[in-house]
Design a protein around this ligand. Structure first.
Ligand code: SF4
Length: 336
């Protein structure tokens, strides 16, 4: 099997507090192959953004990686010094956040952002970097890029700013892009355009993507594989077509039922009852059992690990008749 671009093994993220240690990401494993889009989906508080933040070394103290490892193209990156990790971000890992203004300084022109990033991470000189920046703006669909490159972020609409951020993320031809809710702050009418743009450009550049979103519809449109997270753990993982058409975990089914259907009425959208538990109040047994319409006695007592369920894997006792094959033997995710 070819070496994955990103390999995460048994990753655990904890926050020490006065009342004890809270576990925001609990022993999860996954891989992303070259050119692949892995979608990580779940409600707010599921641990998906924390996973992305841990991978790129941007956890806010006192949060820390307390277990597991993260490898980029076979080399461990979870213990790199701060300055090495900063170089890695931008050069080999591009980032796209929900709010484009997180990545764009209002005091600098779009051209300054792009050319500085290109010059920092490649050996291009100033003129070459500017030419490349104009090329990138063209690629992401900015009209009249040779003129607009000298404008400031506030001259651009939200959608156009996010296109610029995508160009910025791709400046140094990174091997991996981490996109955290890249369309959530945008008008619904342009969300699909941005997702399609991201997907097309990453395919053309051969870039792998870790796409983090609460929206199963975005995953269905974009990802090759999907990992569904709940209460810090991966509860279902598999090829996107399989998971979307044949969800095995009741939580995934709930997320699927919440996708608006063309011609459907808003009031017809099923909601998963209840809310994601606080980290300090994760229920014993299956963490989803208080919300699960199919819970039974065993669910309240024993926590299910990921079990083989056809072409995907699901952490649900409903699939206990199909024991997992030789894997890590531990909780959290995919076999590497
Ligand atoms: Fe529902 Fe039980 Fe499956 Fe958890 S293990 S998702 S409570 S059926």
């Amino acid at each position: 099997m070819a070496r994955p671009v990103l390999q995460v093994d048994n990753l655990t993220v904890e926050f020490p507090t006065r009342r004890g240690t809270l576990r925001a990401v609990d022993d999860i494993s996954f891989r992303i192959d070259a050119g692949e889009v892995l979608g990580v989906v779940g409600e707010s508080g599921a641990g998906k953004s924390m996973t992305g933040t841990a991978v790129i070394g941007l956890l806010e103290p006192p949060g820390r990686i307390s277990g597991g490892r993260v490898q980029l193209e076979g080399a461990r990156i979870d213990h790199l010094p701060h300055d090495q990790m900063r170089r890695l971000r931008g050069q080999r890992i591009g980032m796209i956040f929900q709010d484009p203004l997180t990545s764009l300084n209002p005091l600098y022109t779009i051209g300054f952002h792009l050319t500085e990033t290109i010059r920092t991470h490649t050996d291009r000189g100033e003129a070459e970097a500017r030419a490349r920046a104009i090329e990138l703006l063209t690629e992401v669909g900015i009209p009249a890029p040779a003129q607009r490159i000298d404008q400031y972020p506030h001259h651009f609409s939200g959608g156009m700013r996010q296109r610029v951020v995508i160009a910025l993320a791709l400046c140094a031809e990174p091997r991996l892009v981490i996109a955290d809710e890249p369309t959530t702050a945008l008008d619904v009418s342009i969300q699909a355009q941005i997702i399609q743009l991201l997907k097309r450009l990453c395919r053309e550049h051969g870039t792998s993507v870790l796409l983090i979103t609460h929206d199963m519809g975005v995953i269905a449109e974009t990802a090759d594989r999907v990992a569904v997270m709940y209460a810090g753990r991966i509860v279902e993982v598999g090829p996107v077509r399989e998971v979307v058409q044949n969800a095995k975990h009741p939580y995934t089914e709930g997320l699927m039922d919440a996708i608006p259907k063309i011609g459907g009425r808003t009031e017809d959208l099923a909601q998963i009852r209840g809310t994601m538990p606080r980290l300090s109040q994760i229920p014993a047994g299956c963490a989803f059992h208080p919300r699960c319409p199919r819970a039974f006695d065993r669910c309240r007592q024993e926590r299910p690990e990921l079990l083989d369920a056809g072409a995907s894997r699901a952490a649900c006792w409903l699939h206990a008749g199909e024991p997992a094959g030789a894997g890590t033997g531990r909780g959290g995710g995919e076999r590497g």
